[in-house]
Write a protein that binds this ligand. Sequence first.
Ligand code: SF4
Length: 437
Amino acid sequence: MMPSPCRESRQSVVVQDESVADAQSTHRSILRERGQREVFCGLTGIVWLHRKIQDAFFLVVGSRTCAHLIQSAAGVMIFAEPRFATAIIEERDLAGLADANEELDKTVAQLLDRRPDIRLLFLVGSCPSEVIKLDLTRAAQRLSKTYAPQVRVLSYSGSGIETTFTQGEDACLASLVPELPEAGAERSLLVVGALADVVEDQFTRLFGALGVGPLHYLPSRDSQSLPAVGPNTHYLLAQPFLNDTARALEERGAKRLAAPFPLGAEGTTQWLKAAADAWDIDDAHFQDVTKPGRNRSSRALERYRDQLSGKKIFFFPDSQLEIPIARFLHKELGMHLTEVGTPFLQRQHLERELSQLPEDVQLSEGQDVERQLDRCRLESPDLVVCGLGLANPLEAEGLTTKWAIELVFSPIHGYEQAADLAELFARPLLRKESLEV
Ligand code: SF4
């Protein structure tokens, strides 16, 4: 695993951002930083996406470094038939690009010959210069013509330049949107963002009981049943990092339902309510349907409230899940937020989250890692949420850390997972306490 190779050094700037106004109409200051960053690249998304779309294959077009990243990120999993691989493009000049295209075509031919089960092939771009020179969009179009209708070939970039690791999912889903069939006149709900199958099943039951539907998910579990989209589609984002996908859906006429994200009991209730209101579901019915889930999660969260209440937490920017999770930890578990850093602040999608954060929290966007480390040390938090690259040095300094990447590898959405999400933050603190005894 490696951090992004994109390391820029610029001055940090503090802005008073009037567009981020909370419910009490106060303005929040946001620290915007554009310095050296420590984040994973978008290739990391393949690790959870290949489990979700079960007839898809991800062919990374990259260097040996990319192959190592994917192998080590997914190395703990054992497959009879892996669903990702790397086509290694060695350094070559522009004259050699025709050969590179031929090699890519040959690799794809061998792969599809060996694996007739593949129905959707993603060519995933990376950041080495010899890969950037290759036009993967055209390569995907060429290969799609060759292998249609059995196999659809799409491309997106997982490059580490100017991206963070969850943007790999955004780029992948955005590449799927033009492939979605046109929806008819019936109103439908589309839940957007990769969710664990168990979570998806829970949401399907809840929306069904509420009377909201027809319901579809993007990504779907297989590429043969892609959801339809059109002007009568309402969509709910399940993840806060899907800017390009949202834009692509809106270009197809879909309308976003503004809501917080379904993290924690309150976030889940508010997220479901946004859909229920759009479908004019009676409030008493909504309360009846959601009551068992609300009660179960509230009971399950009680013991974590005792452990986490009053504890100081600091977020380095990493997964883009920082703001919804900070809202959950503060509102439902009483944690004290010091700084909440996020790689990109998608204001439009986060407005229902930002209005629920306390006024005194420092929000930051982007990163200048040395400055942020200084601020973190000054705050002396009980828990630091950060990437793998920062966790070990901070632990060596005596701080307790939580790896942000675990938040995208674990099922954390919905009522039944609220306590599991709390447990992710309670565990490092408990471990530290037990080591101190
Ligand atoms: S895409 Fe770039 S940052 Fe990611 S593993 Fe490959 S070389 Fe490294």
